[in-house]
Design a protein around this ligand. Structure first.
Ligand code: AP5
Length: 222
């Protein structure tokens, strides 16, 4: 199964990708996580990436495409993947399609999770992520048992640098300008399903599963 999750910041792409990854036994490939790993290395490239991310802007395509290509080469991605946050614009989508075609592969489904802007801001301002295992929490909707501590591994929970309200509003603008056109792009290819992101995570997951079902969700590793 090769699935793309689209949606504005905070729509729940990461939450849903983690759940689907566990259910289907295929990796979540999150461009934001790959970029944050480079930023943590504190290299010249990492500082360059951070300069875009901290302003809520997209990191240049060639940088992101290189990271994604490296990630695809890892063995676990050969049986399928859930792409989270990539592609982010039409040129990234075209590069993805060309890469898959060269490998004789294609996408099974593109799911766009929709969410109103005010809900986006609410969700992102309360998000906390584990430094150690990347598990996701929300201080109101999905709190950890002990504040600031991950239930799964005991790691420290932190708030992302780009989750300040002003930056989130910029990220929403960038999403509308750069990523929304992808909905038409994938609609024309007959791959798009739109799913309402409101409601509990398990309710949203059910909607995604039913959207993907026609594309063979029962046998995800192929
Ligand atoms: P990225 O890391 O991809 O961030 P994003 O797309 O803005 O999305 P988020 O991770 O903020 O949200 P999400 O939809 O995953 O929601 P989540 O599940 O966490 O990108 C960050 C930056 O990196 C970009 O701005 C850009 O600079 C750069 N970048 C990344 N990819 C790039 C690319 N391809 N090209 C160029 N640049 C790129 O949920 C949010 C919160 O809500 C959590 O607290 C969660 O617990 C909670 N929650 C989730 N679902 C629910 C629910 N159903 N009900 C209540 N709460 C919920």
């Amino acid at each position: 199964m090769r699935v793309v999750l689209l949606g504005p910041p905070g729509a729940g792409k990461g939450t849903q990708a983690q759940a689907l990854s566990a259910l289907w036994g295929i990796p979540q490939i999150a461009s934001g996580d790959l970029l944050r790993a480079v930023v943590r290395e504190d290299s010249e490239l990492g500082r360059e990436a951070a300069s875009y991310m901290d302003r809520g802007q997209l990191v240049p395509d060639e940088f992101v495409l290189k990271l994604i290509a490296e990630r695809f080469r890892k063995k676990d991605a050969h049986c399928g993947f859930i792409l989270d946050g990539f592609p982010r614009n039409v040129s990234q989508a075209e590069a993805l399609a060309a890469g898959l075609e060269r490998a004789g592969l294609k996408l099974d489904k593109v799911v766009a999770v929709t969410l109103p802007d005010e809900e986006v801001v609410k969700r992102i301002s309360g998000r906390r992520t584990c430094k150690n295992c990347a598990a996701m929490y929300h201080v109101v909707f999905e709190p950890s048992a002990k504040p600031g501590v991950c239930d799964k591994c005991g790691g420290e929970l932190y708030q992302r640098e780009d989750d300040a309200e002003e930056t989130v509003r910029e990220r929403i603008k960038v999403y509308d300008a750069m990523t929304l056109p992808l909905l038409d792009y994938y609609e024309r290819l007959g791959l798009l399903a739109q799913v309402d992101g409101m409601g509990r995570p398990d309710e949203v997951e059910k909607r995604i599963l039913s959207a993907v079902n026609g594309a063979g969700a029962q046998s995800a590793q192929s």
